[in-house]
Design a protein around this ligand. Structure first.
Ligand SMILES: [Zn+2]
Length: 274
């Protein structure tokens, strides 16, 4: 039915957020119509991870992560790691995240953020799971903790990347992936755009981070949702001077690989990338 539509994967959004969950059927239908073949619902704490795993059990196009966001890391229970461990055994849980450091909001003390980040990296390493990183005004410490954990950079995704070329270079140097959100389309995002042009084809991902970060031109008008990944793909195609279909193929192949998604894309993705 949508054979002419590029097949896209929203590698990061929050379907458990009330702004999306209250009309989930509609959100999923619009995503399907936009060519979105898989959605990864990212999580912020243990309770949220349980909710996301329930969605991933129910809908075949939804996958989830499990993890404690830096904002929540000051509030973790003593057994939070055991509870995450139970969740990541579920094959529908395809990554640990979003985890990392946020020194901008500072909602949790730095030492708690660093400890909880490091512990979850160790868990990811033990289970061979990829990791979705949130980092804000904490780039050096984030890279240092990743490095200390011994996890392979190939397992790391820097989500909603807002760094410039120098940070991108350091991320790529460890073999990590870079995921771009609607921020790419914002007027003041020239530095991010200059980065997005340089990321190699095999390291680039796209995401909506919905319900946050509605892309231009609907930024001020609507709550963001996975269907809007098309705006990001189209924008990326324009600045990388390639076709939208090519952006879709590259980012989808990368998402299938890093998250080990069990969808058969052979008919949908050109053999060049198969
Ligand atoms: Zn997020």
């Amino acid at each position: 039915m949508h054979s002419e539509t590029a097949k896209l994967i929203d590698t990061h959004c929050h379907l458990t957020d009330n702004r999306l969950s209250r009309d989930l059927e509609g959100v999923l239908e619009r995503a399907r119509d936009a060519g979105v073949v898989a959605i990864i619902s990212a999580t912020a704490d243990v309770a949220d991870s349980i909710k996301a795993s329930q969605l991933a059990e129910k809908y075949k196009q939804i996958y989830c992560t499990a993890g404690v966001h830096p904002h929540e890391s000051g509030k973790v229970s003593k057994d939070y790691l055991n509870r995450l461990e139970e969740l990541i055994k579920n094959p529908r849980c395809v990554a640990i995240g979003e985890i990392g450091l946020d020194y901008h909001y500072d909602f949790s003390p730095h030492d708690a953020q660093q400890r909880v980040f490091a512990e979850q990296l160790t868990l990811a390493r033990r289970y061979g799971k990829p990791v979705v990183i949130h980092t804000r005004e904490a780039f050096d410490d984030t890279l240092a903790i990743i490095s200390e954990s011994g996890i392979s950079g190939e397992q790391i995704i820097f989500h909603s990347f807002t760094g410039g070329q120098e940070q991108a270079r350091r991320v790529l140097q460890i073999g990590a992936y870079i995921s771009f959100s609607g921020i790419l389309t914002f007027k003041n995002a020239d530095a991010i755009r200059s980065t997005a042009v340089l990321v190699p084809d095999d390291k680039i991902l796209i995401e909506t981070d919905a319900p946050y970060l509605s892309p231009e031109p609907i930024r001020k008008m609507k709550v963001n949702e996975p269907a809007n990944i098309t705006y990001i793909a189209e924008f990326l195609a324009r600045i990388r001077k390639i076709g939208v279909k090519q952006v879709a193929e590259q980012t989808t192949v990368n998402a299938l690989k890093i998250f080990s998604l069990d969808i058969d894309m052979r008919e949908d993705v050109s053999s060049e990338y198969g």
